[in-house]
Design a protein around this ligand. Structure first.
Ligand SMILES: Nc1ncnc2c1ncn2[C@@H]1O[C@H](COP(=O)(O)OP(=O)(O)OP(=O)(O)O)[C@@H](O)[C@H]1O
Length: 268
């Protein structure tokens, strides 16, 4: 999965504004063949970071959105019937290994533990995968790297990674960017001017503490970018905030009213 063309720089570089040393640490992990875990809330730039790193390291990117029906065979591949013959079709893990790609397993805790175990042999010194169904042993191509993401707030006792899985990864922590960076992202991605970007960031700073008053999720950089894009496209500011920020965040009428008041205060 790659960002739409509109999000690419002219030379194809996916726009990513770093918050620390994550680019250097990831580059070294890639060089040393160390798998990487990205931890952080939804919409804070993890996917964009991987897209950016794949571009920087000139590796293909294979992305899998994990869910609880994902089976080991979905990752490995399966025999499919073509006319009267059966042919093996690689799954994303097998394809990524052969191509020396970066394999990004998004929201990996959603996948069942028996599924996540199939990644073990490719995350340690073996870097090989034994495909029982075809009898093949696949060695990871040069440049192959496994990256997983997870959002610690979604986590509960039944949905955690096994310690033996966790300890195979180096981890990078992500959070919402600081105000200056978030405003710069809204200008670059949302196409709004600085004044509007700063107002949106300040609005988010007022909304985020409402989590203590029952708001299920803090507004992410993603929803701010969406609001900025609607504004840049001519949708009135308050309507853009309501459509992109308030209504997606909650169904609770009292919280919606509070959000409406905060929006009206920011965009009078
Ligand atoms: N540091 C950043 N640089 C550039 N854009 C960013 C950055 N952080 C967030 N964004 C913007 O926020 C949007 C959402 O980020 P992204 O899709 O990477 O979130 P995510 O952390 O992968 O979320 P999820 O866990 O839901 O998959 C991006 O499309 C981009 O517009």
């Amino acid at each position: 999965m790659h960002p739409p063309d509109s999000l690419l720089h002219r030379d194809g570089e996916p726009f990513y504004l770093p918050h620390g040393d994550e680019v250097e640490v990831f580059t070294q992990c890639h060089r040393q063949g160390i798998p990487v875990m990205l931890k952080g809330p939804t919409g804070c730039g993890k996917t964009r970071f991987v897209e950016h790193m794949a571009w920087r390291l000139a590796r293909p990117l294979v992305t899998v959105a994990c869910h609880d029906d994902l089976t080991a065979n979905d990752l490995l591949g399966r025999y499919l019937i073509h006319g009267d013959e059966t042919r093996w079709q690689d799954g994303p893990l097998t394809r990524a290994l052969r191509a020396g790609a970066i394999l990004y397993l998004d929201e990996v805790v959603e996948a069942r533990q028996d599924t996540t175990v199939v990644i073990h042999p490719v995350t340690d010194h073996r870097r090989t995968l034994s495909l029982e169904k075809t009898g093949e042993v696949i060695e990871a191509g040069r440049g192959f790297q496994l990256v997983i993401s997870f959002n610690p707030t979604y986590q509960h006792a039944l949905k955690d990674l096994k310690p033996s899985t966790r300890q195979r990864f180096a981890a990078l922590e992500f959070d919402f960017p600081d105000r200056e960076r978030e405003a710069a992202i809204l200008i670059a991605e949302g196409g709004v001017d600085r004044g509007c970007a700063v107002t949106l960031v300040e609005l988010a700073a007022r909304i985020r503490p409402l989590r203590d008053r029952g708001l299920p999720e803090a507004p992410s950089t993603r929803v701010l970018v969406a609001a900025a894009r609607l504004m840049a496209a001519g949708i009135p500011e308050r309507r853009a905030c309501e459509a992109a920020i308030a209504i997606p965040l909650t169904d609770d009428p009292i919280l919606l009213e509070t959000l409406g008041v905060l929006i009206a205060g920011s965009f009078p």
